[in-house]
Ligand binder design. Sequence first.
Ligand SMILES: Cc1cc2nc3c(=O)[nH]c(=O)nc-3n(C[C@H](O)[C@H](O)[C@H](O)COP(=O)(O)OP(=O)(O)OC[C@H]3O[C@@H](n4cnc5c(N)ncnc54)[C@H](O)[C@@H]3O)c2cc1C
Length: 403
Amino acid sequence: MAPMSEAEFDVAIVGGGVTGCALARALAHKRPHSKIALLEKEPKVAVHTSGRNSGVVHGGYNQKPGTLKARFCVEGNHRLKEYAAARGVPLAQTGILVVARSQAERSVLEELLRRGRENGVPGLRLVDGAELKRLEPNASGISALHAPSGASVDSAALVESFAEDAKAAGVTFYLGEGVRRIEEDGRGFRIRTARAALRARRLVNCAGLHADRIAHQLGAGLPYSIVPFRGEFYYIDPAKAGLIRSMIYSVPDIRYPFLGVHWTRTVHGKVKVGPNAVLALGREAYGTFQVHAGDTARMLLDGRFWRMVGGAEFRRLAAENLRSSLSKAAFLKQAFSLVQGAAASDFRKGPSGIRAQLVDRDGGLVDDLLVEKKGESLHVLNAISPGLTCALPFADHLARQLD
Ligand SMILES: Cc1cc2nc3c(=O)[nH]c(=O)nc-3n(C[C@H](O)[C@H](O)[C@H](O)COP(=O)(O)OP(=O)(O)OC[C@H]3O[C@@H](n4cnc5c(N)ncnc54)[C@H](O)[C@@H]3O)c2cc1C
């Protein structure tokens, strides 16, 4: 750990998730003579969203062409696999199947195929019910979109590897040092944690679930606030893990940034289903009944929140997700409609993750990566899914923005 004096840096990065650690690594390689610091409030990296996700290296067919997500997901998929192979990060190239159970869902698959082709996703194709059965004998559907480039990665190991690279290249890590206050003066930023104070000429905010609060301190991101949506997972009994070979997704509602419940084979051979998307009563409220009074009060006092929940369709979806959170049967109903051969008693609840979903002034869910530059500070306001897959090209993008 770095000494607790007022050290001076060229760049300070707030947040040791995949975004902050990938950026620290990219900057250290790009500017070997710069002094770079990364501040993380937890005692290690990847404690929050970056270590609590599905671990899927996405193909890039869900994203609307022209978005940053679309661009970075396809490039990120390829680069992440190269990186994992070179650095020994556990990754399995399983492929992904998105399964349609009705003609209406099949037409969404056609739209995903169109998007995927425009985004340059390699090997993407539609398969019929018979081929689906050959690829995944326990899946049921009338057709599927097959993305052979989809893979599964150990997301925490990936972030730790990025952090190790950054440390080896000279980045100073302040772990267990939550940023409490940032002041800007003519010389840059004075950053205070409970124990340390440091100065930096430039600042990059990669604080995930708390990015809006850091940004607001510096007058950035003012039209936005983050609303937390918890994603819950169930794990299947290891004896039944042979039920699937790859990753099996339901057809998403493409009006929303959340993908439906899916079956994931993790890189360590476990099988999990999820996540749903439940409004969380706290930015780090990982438990079903956990409430953070301060976060909840601030959310309820925010007009953006009420505009978000104003629509009937949103309320219907929120109620459906709440049901799936409170009832194991409701949760697994979605999973069993995709894959047969398991019973509810085969599943137990596992750790959940929380999406830091940015909401705009009108209550709209921001559906792309969003970065705002304000003077010498850069704020990653919406590092939504597939932020893990996008990490390497997104880090290069942030490094260019800083220039
Ligand atoms: C349920 C779920 C499933 C997902 N599945 C996938 C997937 O399969 N594939 C994919 O590509 N993406 C997936 N994602 C998205 C992906 O996980 C995120 O896009 C990504 O992890 C965001 O990383 P981050 O570094 O921006 O945020 P985080 O990982 O949250 O990191 C932010 C860090 O900032 C720190 N911090 C916050 N405030 C302060 C402060 N004041 N001082 C110091 N440190 C601070 C936090 O402790 C945290 O470590 C999923 C997300 C969720 C929630």
